[in-house]
Design a protein around this ligand. Structure first.
Ligand SMILES: N[C@@H](CCC(=O)N[C@@H](CS)C(=O)NCC(=O)O)C(=O)O
Length: 400
């Protein structure tokens, strides 16, 4: 909406020369002078400075200019972009070679996650499927108001219930994830991201790149796993898994962020086109294939799933991934339900925490912090409906 249209859509201030001096009934939502429930000193000062003195078109122009400058400033912190406004995700700082972990003892590695985060979700999924819960304890961080991760108990609303999430740092007793990163010898000045795998004995960050962590959980810790026979990256499928990842990571996993964090129309347009043409292609592929690489679940499916499960819940609205809803893709949606129904998977999905995390934390994208209603079709009951995909498998699937 242009500045002029917005200002003409705004109500003019009521004056004493109004044609109808009688008080009109105005429903609360249409109120001409909406009042915030609790005016803060800041809103009072703002009103004194701007609201009482400026005519609407000047008010809009002034706020638009300052807001736009502040928005670009905040976005450059939250989501670095190239000169054309395309989001460019910073590289993870700690990548891990696998071989050194084969002799780990239970409890000597500790996993830090946040429940809203799709990258952390990958690690929780593989940890659960491989039966590594006892061997690798986990601490759950919550998003703080400045977007950094902190440890505190939180109450997550789910429907009409409230689910308490215990949020202590069980390995180091820190209050924030930044403090944990800083415990390592030499300190740390980069981004304190989840997932992060911590070496309890060496007091050091092992790795903060989700794909490296899930590869390690899949094949590097079988001595500690209760389900060592499950291989989500068998040698004969590795090339196909890599091929899928090389398409799905830029266009879908990171693609939704490229839509949501775009800082120019062109950057958004190309991100959204690439996202939806890839989803179209995936839906076609999944018409004849139970999982991405055939009959068995692989790491490629894990990586796709954690984006799909957040799609209608947050990306469709908050990140403007609006061409279609995931529910409109019959094969992708059934595929997502198939994975959701694999034992232990549903327990790793916390829809309330996902919605809270995105809508309340990404301030530049949702300044009101209002969390929208859960879209129908995203609830556990709906995702538990039959997926009817078993008939696509010629072999017995590796997970039921
Ligand atoms: N490439 C990383 C990305 C991790 C990441 O970006 N995590 C986000 C949460 S979804 C984070 O912790 N952000 C906090 C920050 O950037 O300070 C991975 O796959 O592990």
């Amino acid at each position: 909406m242009s500045c002029t249209t917005l200002s003409s859509a705004l109500p003019r201030r009521i004056t004493t020369t109004a044609p109808n001096p009688k008080p009109r009934h105005v429903s609360p939502r249409m109120s001409l002078n909406p009042q915030p429930p609790n005016p803060t000193p800041l809103t009072t000062i703002t009103k004194l400075l701007w609201g009482q003195s400026l005519p609407p078109h000047l008010l809009i122009a002034a706020v638009r200019t300052t807001w736009s400058a502040a928005w670009h400033l905040m976005m450059s912190q939250l989501a670095p972009s190239d000169p054309t406004g395309r989001y460019s995700r910073p590289a993870s700082q700690f990548r891990s070679p696998q071989s050194q972990f084969s002799r780990q003892k239970p409890g000597s590695l500790h996993l830090y996650v946040g429940l809203p985060c799709p990258w952390a979700h990958r690690t929780l999924l593989v940890r659960a499927l491989k039966g590594l819960e006892d061997a690798i304890p986990v601490s759950i961080a919550s998003p703080g108001s400045d977007g950094s991760w902190e440890f505190r108990d939180s109450d997550i609303p789910v429907g009409d219930r409230v689910i308490p999430i215990p949020g202590l740092d069980n390995a180091n007793g820190c209050k924030t994830l930044r403090e944990v990163y800083n415990l390592r010898r030499g300190g740390y000045h980069g981004r304190s991201t989840v997932p992060m795998l911590w070496d309890v004995e060496k007091e050091d960050v092992v790795c903060n790149e989700s794909y490296d962590i899930i590869e390690l959980f899949n094949s590097g810790l079988n001595r500690l796993a209760n389900n060592p026979g499950l291989d989500l990256s068998p040698p004969q499928l590795r090339k196909r898994i890599e091929d899928w990842n090389s398409v799905i990571y830029p266009n879908v996993n990171n693609g939704v962020y490229r839509c949501g964090f775009a800082q120019s129309q062109e950057a958004y347009d190309s991100a959204v086109d690439e996202l939806f043409s890839t989803l179209d292609m995936l839906d076609d592929h999944l018409d004849g294939s139970r999982y991405l690489c055939g009959d068995v679940l692989t790491l490629a499916d894990i990586c796709l799933f954690t984006t799909l499960i957040r799609f209608d819940l947050v990306y469709n609205v908050l990140f403007k991934c609006t061409k279609r809803k995931l529910m409109e893709y019959p094969n992708l949606h059934a595929y997502m339900r198939n994975i959701y129904q694999i034992p232990k998977v549903a327990e790793t999905c916390n829809f309330g925490a996902i919605m809270d995390g995105y809508y309340k934390t990404l301030f530049p994208l949702n300044p009101s912090s209002i969390r929208p209603a859960m879209p129908s079709g995203c609830e556990h009951e709906f995702l538990s409906q039959p997926h009817n995909r078993a008939s696509l498998s010629m072999l017995e699937a590796n997970v039921s």
